[in-house]
Design a protein around this ligand. Structure first.
Ligand code: ADP
Ligand code: MG
Length: 236
């Protein structure tokens, strides 16, 4: 039996496991939250400190689950020709409240009349959410996030998400996308892992450009037309 796992195999195993677990945790979580909120309203004595801790821990579990939301619903996967600007705009609309709460402004700069691309919209939304969330999180004092979409050559669209955060040191860039790599006190180190996996499945790539103290850009390059592969077994 082959016991050695390549990095990409490990990624797949962790991704699938996490997706399964996320799916199972979502429903009981909703019930828990509801009943705790009910209890909070009916108990007289002041247990507010405990309730605050419980609610904040539940929110943390929820945010971990959110990073796997799409992978947790594999039956919904449907590749089709889609307008990438609409997918991005929907995602920005979704995350804008969170951005505004952190004094972050998301600026959309989309080239007009881009061709539709062959993709799975929910999965791409997941990638955009994870990268935009990171951008918001690295700007505790607020700032701008610019989302630029351009056609980079005959068969590729390039989405560039730029923040004005702390930046990433050169030697740490290669660690991005490794399961559980995080520098945050309450991070999961799973958002980028999921994102890299989804973009690989789209036959695209993610490049990171960063300068410490200035900011970071995540470039996502996606093919407009998908190339059908003869041998899917060697695919990452
Ligand atoms: P998490 O956000 O839970 O830490 P991620 O997989 O989303 O997990 O990100 C992994 C790590 O990559 C982060 O902890 C952070 O160190 C780094 N990172 C990701 N995005 C950025 C960014 N925009 N600016 C600076 N560092 C980033
Ligand atoms: Mg993250």
């Amino acid at each position: 039996m082959e016991l050695q796992l390549r990095k990409s195999d490990t990624l797949n195993v962790v991704g699938e496991l996490a997706a399964g677990i996320a799916h199972e945790i979502r429903n009981p979580m909703t019930a828990l939250k509801g009943f705790i909120q009910l209890l909070q309203g009916s108990i007289k004595e002041d247990y507010s400190m405990y309730f605050n801790v419980i609610m904040s821990e539940l929110k943390r579990i929820e945010s971990i689950i959110t990073e796997f939301l799409v992978l947790a619903k594999p039956q919904a996967i449907q590749y089709q020709q889609n307008d990438i600007c609409k997918i991005m705009q929907d995602t920005i609309d979704l995350i804008n409240v969170q951005a505004m709460m952190h004094s972050v402004q998301i600026i959309a700069d989309f080239a007009p009349q881009l061709p539709p691309i062959y993709c799975e919209p929910n999965q791409l939304k997941q990638v955009f959410i994870n990268i935009l969330k990171n951008a918001i999180e690295v700007m505790p004092k607020g700032g701008d996030v610019t989302v630029r979409i351009r056609q980079s050559d005959d068969n590729h669209i390039r989405i560039s998400i730029t923040d004005q955060g702390c930046g990433i040191p050169k030697d740490k860039i290669k660690k991005l996308g490794e399961p559980f790599y995080t520098t945050k006190e309450r991070g999961t180190g799973l958002g980028l892992m999921v994102s890299y996996k989804i973009i690989e499945e789209h036959q695209g790539k993610i490049d990171v450009e960063s300068e410490v103290g200035v900011g970071t850009t995540f470039h996502i390059t996606l093919p407009i037309k998908r190339v059908e592969k003869e041998d899917d077994h060697d695919e990452i």
